[in-house]
Design a protein around this ligand. Structure first.
Ligand SMILES: Cc1cc2nc3c(=O)[nH]c(=O)nc-3n(C[C@H](O)[C@H](O)[C@H](O)COP(=O)(O)O)c2cc1C
Ligand code: SF4
Length: 799
């Protein structure tokens, strides 16, 4: 090997190095340009792949698997990921129950696809499946079962009636359909709601079930078994029919053979209603209707149908069944809502502010809460055992010590105030700034056929037709037994904004009907009574507060009377001027909570310094009114406060006021911390035997005074007895009931009239003294729905 040959590679290397040094800048520049161009090309190509609708080269489906524009696919939004290679279309349609082509950008694929794996998916629809969209359609379906064609005939007639009444509605209710349960496949309708074939239209189904009852084996047994098994089938959701918009059942039975539900009247319809409540997850849209084929079936069915039609329209308008009270839609009854627990909690909260340190010097009071807490503190001081001889409560109308101009009136119960929150939590609907309405527990009881309050036995008022309201939530007393003690505002004069009477009247009706509607899904509510309840016939102006405190009480009363709603007004005998100026009411009450000044101070804890003078003046005014309206003394007996040794004193008060009636009832213990704070316990609740002993003693005391009274009626269920003037004892019978239509006739005649002019029929035998006072047409049950054993200490929330 020669030297030149050995040095050849070295020379070549040096030559290359030389060229590199000479041309490195253009070389580097060229390489960079090339890399950039290659990169840009790659990116352009991949973007083009995403946005074109060209056929994927490797897709076996050719033109059918076109790639849709996928720009919407935000990877972060993907809540369900599907690996490419799985049949995406099928997977998605199972998931969302909508056709595959709507769901994915890549269309259906097969497992044989050779394209690279790609992760894809779509957003899940999070809307609750069982909520009817307000834009969705509702499909009513009438189901019936029939052996001897009675139910079939009614079902077909109902279908026509439904079609007629829904014909002109512009809402989204589809033409009702009908199915004979003997011919339908239960799996199509009673495992899950039927499937909709049109994916663009969301349809919710509403079932109306019309069923007879047979105590022999029929196809209905299969239907019942199916419902039961579906509910218990562990593979199926316990409420698979919750996607329904609602359901309601109507049963046909024969009362001649099966008098009561316990004996089997409509028992199969009752069972179906229960299972449907479970399977639909509480979608009872209207109470179970029951009709006796030999008497009232057609009438009851019509009421039920009207109610169901209204609910259908409601659902279409508002997109769902709306609110219900606790227990709404339940399969079986529970009385949770009667529990005093909520009251306890609210009352406790409401009383908390009273613990705040109170300034020594009282100043002018211009806010209801301030007034309430100050009054409360004073009153609390007044009733503490060690301070029983403390000075009388201050009259706030005379305590102003400031010289500043009076502030502008404020709302009595401002929306942002704790009082508002406490009252609404207790179930009050606050109307405007100072009025309230609430459903009383007897309304629910009457709707279920469990009995009305004592006013039904004494005066013929059906509790489910009665509205309980007050145009003034404020009161000038703080009675120890007041249910709402600690939450309601107090004051001696009206110093708040004044709402117009028509606003209060409209608000009270609206609030009342809304609350009634919330009861429609409650098990046990009778369809016929529910329908009746949608027309208020009576108004109890009591609740809490002092109705005659409201400056436009007379205008408010005329609004009631104009709609033929009777008025029972209860006042606390502290506002004689307002009482004197009061126009006619159907029945006028004053509360007589004690027989003497000292006792009244302890029990009513009045804010007025001259409370006893006010009280006795009210009795005199009542005495004058006794020939123009029915006047009543209401005595609430509280053991340890106002019973012992007071009989003679009460008899003297009766002699002074000469009321048409004296109602005597035992106090209701509500078990709240406020009542406990006022020194009240269960020990203060008199037994019914103690009430009756008192009544007999009072009656004897009245006789001794030569007063023409007698014991007319009783309602042992609510510890209440009625003493009546002999003016209402006609031809040897008590006539304590009221002829309400006659009352309105008298009122509208413009002539003066007397209470006797609207005296009603004789008091029913079952309500008279010695007979207990419970309407035999109703069913007495305890809180769990079991037959009731009379307990003398049962209280009543009476208005
Ligand atoms: C054999 C038989 C058994 C019945 N059992 C009951 C019953 O247990 N409870 C009830 O309320 N009605 C009962 N009924 C009355 C029917 O429910 C009632 O007549 C109904 O209207 C029949 O409806 P359909 O004609 O549509 O079959 C029975 C009737 C028959 C003939
Ligand atoms: S308790 Fe009062 S409000 Fe309730 S139904 Fe009876 S009268 Fe009406």
């Amino acid at each position: 090997m020669d030297r030149a040959g050995e040095q050849g590679p070295l020379v070549l290397l040096m030559y290359i190095l030389d060229i590199w040094h000479q041309y490195r800048t253009p070389i580097v520049f060229t390489v960079l340009i090339f890399c950039f161009a290659a990169n840009a090309f790659t990116r352009w190509r991949s973007r083009r792949l995403k946005t074109t609708s060209s056929v994927l080269a490797t897709s076996p489906n050719g033109g059918s698997s076109q790639v849709e524009k996928a720009g919407w696919l935000e990877e972060k939004q993907l809540s369900r990921m599907v690996l490419e290679g799985v049949d995406l279309g099928v997977e998605m349609s199972v998931m969302d129950k909508t056709p595959a082509k709507k769901l994915g950008p890549f269309g259906p694929r097969t497992k044989s696809s050779k394209t690279p794996k790609r992760i894809s998916g779509s957003k899940l629809d999070r809307k609750p499946k069982n909520e009817v969209s307000s834009v969705g359609s509702i499909q009513p379906i009438v189901f019936f079962s029939s052996l001897t064609a009675t139910t079939e005939k009614h079902a077909k007639h109902s279908l026509e009636a439904l079609r007629r009444s829904l014909k002109d509605q512009s809402l989204t209710i589809l033409e009702p359909q009908i199915h004979d349960l003997s011919y339908v496949d239960y799996d199509d309708f009673f495992i899950t709601p039927p499937k909709t074939h049109n994916p663009t239209q969301h349809v919710s189904y509403f079932y109306l079930l019309l069923l007879p009852t047979y105590n022999i084996s029929t196809a209905l047994d299969n239907f019942l078994s199916h419902l039961q098994e579906t509910h218990h089938d562990f593979r199926i959701d316990t409420a698979p029919l919750s996607g329904l918009a609602g359901y309601s059942v109507f049963g046909f039975g024969d009362r001649e053979g099966w008098r009561t539900a316990e004996e089997g009247f409509c028992s199969q319809a009752i069972e179906v209603d229960k299972w449907m409540a479970r399977l639909t997850g509480r979608k009872r849209a209207f109470p179970l209707g029951l009709g006796d084929v030999k008497s009232d079936a057609a009438e009851r069915l019509e009421e039920w149908r009207d109610g169901v039609t209204k609910v259908l329209l409601d659902i279409a308008a508002h997109g769902g069944l709306g609110e219900g009270v606790v227990g709404s839609g339940d399969a079986v009854e529970s009385d949770e809502e009667d529990s005093p627990k909520i009251e306890e909690e609210v009352e406790f909260k409401a009383r908390k502010p009273a613990k705040r340190k109170r300034p020594q010097q009282e100043s002018r009071v211009d806010d209801v809460e301030d007034l309430g807490s100050k009054a409360r503190s004073q009153i609390d001081d007044a009733i503490r055992p060690e301070s029983t001889s403390s000075p009388l409560p201050v009259d706030f109308t005379t305590t102003s010590s400031t010289t500043s101009a009076p502030p502008a009136p404020k709302p009595m119960v401002a929306i942002s105030s704790p009082t508002y929150a406490a009252l609404t939590k207790q179930g009050y609907t606050i109307i405007g700034s100072h009025s309230g309405v609430k459903i009383c527990r007897w309304t629910k009881s009457a709707l279920r056929g469990r009995g009305s309050c004592y006013k039904y036995s004494f005066y013929g008022i059906k509790s489910h037709l009665c509205m309980e309201t007050t145009p003034s939530l404020s009161c000038s007393n703080k009675c120890v037994f007041c249910w709402r003690h600690g939450t309601n505002p107090v004051g001696t004069t009206w110093r708040w904004q004044v709402d117009p009477p028509d606003l209060i009247f409209a608000g009270a009706k609206e609030g009342h009907y809304k609350k009634i509607k919330m009861l429609r899904g409650v098990p046990g509510v009778r369809a016929s009574r529910f329908q009746e309840a949608m027309k208020i016939k009576h108004c109890a102006l009591s609740l809490v507060g002092e109705p005659i405190f409201y400056p436009h009480i007379n205008e408010f009363l005329s609004l009631l009377h104009r709609e033929h709603i009777s008025s029972f007004l209860v006042c606390n005998a502290q506002h004689p001027d307002q009482l004197a100026a009061l126009n006619a009411v159907t029945q006028l009450y004053v509360s007589i909570d004690a027989s003497n000044a000292e006792s009244l101070r302890k029990i009513d804890r009045p804010l007025h310094r001259d409370y006893w003078q006010r009280f006795t003046r009210c009795l005199d005014i009542l005495c004058e009114k006794r020939f123009t309206m029915r006047t009543v003394f209401r005595l609430t007996l509280v053991k340890g406060f106002n019973i012992d040794e007071e009989v003679e004193g009460y008899a003297d008060l009766v002699a002074r006021g000469l009321p048409c009636f004296v109602e005597i009832k035992g106090v209701t213990y509500c078990g709240t911390s406020s009542s406990a704070g006022a020194g009240l316990t269960m020990q203060n609740v008199p037994f019914y035997s103690e009430i009756t002993a008192f009544v007999e003693a009072l009656n004897a005391a009245l006789e001794r005074r030569g007063l023409e009274y007698g014991i007319a009626a009783e309602h042992a269920h609510s510890c209440c007895v009625l003493i009546a003037s002999k003016r209402f004892f006609v031809e040897g019978r008590w006539h304590t009931l009221i002829d309400y239509e006659k009352f309105f006739e008298c009122l509208e005649s413009g002539e003066s009239f007397r209470p006797e002019d609207y005296m009603g029929a004789e008091t029913p035998e079952w309500a008279t003294w010695g007979n207990g006072g419970f309407d035999p047409a109703d069913e007495r049950v305890d809180r769990k729905g079991r037959p009731k054993v009379i307990k003398p200490a049962d209280g009543v929330e009476a208005a």
